[in-house]
Design a protein. Sequence first.
Length: 453
Amino acid sequence: MRAAPTILHLDMDAFFAAAEQASKPSLRGKPVVVGGLGPRGVVATASYEARRFGVHSAMPMGQARRLAPNAAYLVPRFAFYRSISDQVMELLRRLSPLVEPLSLDEAFVDLEAGGVANDSASARAVGERLRVDILATTGLTGSVGLAGSKMIAKIASEEAKPDGLVLIDPGTERELLGPRSVRILPGVGPATGEHLRRAGMTTVSDLVEAGEDELVRLLGRAHGASLYRMAQGYDDRPVVAERDAKSVSVEDTFDVDIHDRVRIRTEVERLAERCVGRLRASGHSGRTIVLKVRRYDFSTLTRSETLRGPTDDPAVVREAAGRLLEAVDTTGGVRLLGVGVSGLADYTQEDLFAQAEASERPAEEAVPVEAREAAPSAPSTATETAERGWAPGRDVRHAVHGAGWVQGSGVGRVTVRFEEPWSGPGRVRTFSVDDPDLEPSEPLPLVRGDAAA
């Protein structure tokens, strides 16, 4: 623990959705949801306007549409988000050689190592200047937390949202944490939180009062001891520069062993969806799908399957995990399940187009859902193939009207709104999907000065 709040945590505000709003003037101030638009799609990010309707990340897209039927639903543009992320990370590296990216939109920075801050006043000044620089460079906002440890800095940035800065002075950690829910601590997920609740512990102060021995008895030596230290505000983890993720995984421990095979399969599918959510947030795809099963007798089995190429398609990961489960005997019951993806690679343009073609359907001005469900299977026509390439949110350029983005497509037509990040809301026009004057294009920069560079 440090005597000065020189660990900074940056979290960009509703990053994917905010980038889309900045890119598309007509969507500013309106609910925007980014994610997979197919029948099994999940929400990657929801704008703050969409969150007011209850939409949040990792929610099934069908549920999001029921909660916010008038929101704009867009496919993700990961290459675009990564280009913005690169700009933000470069600003962080100017502050310190110790920058630890956690995802495209989140990172820790050791300000002391960079020699730019050594007390509360200098740390606050650096944080405020960083926020100004991020806005000027990217047109987007980020929230900053400053504290003497990574855990408290992350809590501070969450309190700062959106577009704020919160500094927590070292020495005040226990006072801050005491009344909070146990779920605020790293490593306390739904299962552990429920386990602690049943033991009468719902706040962090409850954990401190229970003592280390009781937490070790409930959660095991490693987890119990670590949780007790964190409940007291202790976190001495260093900021690790440029940590390369080798895998992404999620797992759940169940309070009562699961025996029902259908329930086990459902849990594996749910974990696969969560794993893909983390995979996409980190800007990666992966080749190897891993299933972890801890049985009733504490024996742990790990099974894996390596695909021909990297993927971040939730359907592919879900089906692979299901195949691996078929080879595992769960007769006696299961205590823990986990799904992971390893062999990570950066997103490639080919990955993204493959995702769009395999799973995305137009969201606006498309064939009604009822008609699609009732339509018999048939080979795709040339028009249908073209329509799949015009996914909502994609960048396009017209020989006459200039730059725009796809609002929707269907029945042989594509509707485009023509506007630029620095213009006002643009006009909407509809074309044939095979119009020779309309073609896909690269995203425009969010800040106009970049266009001239």
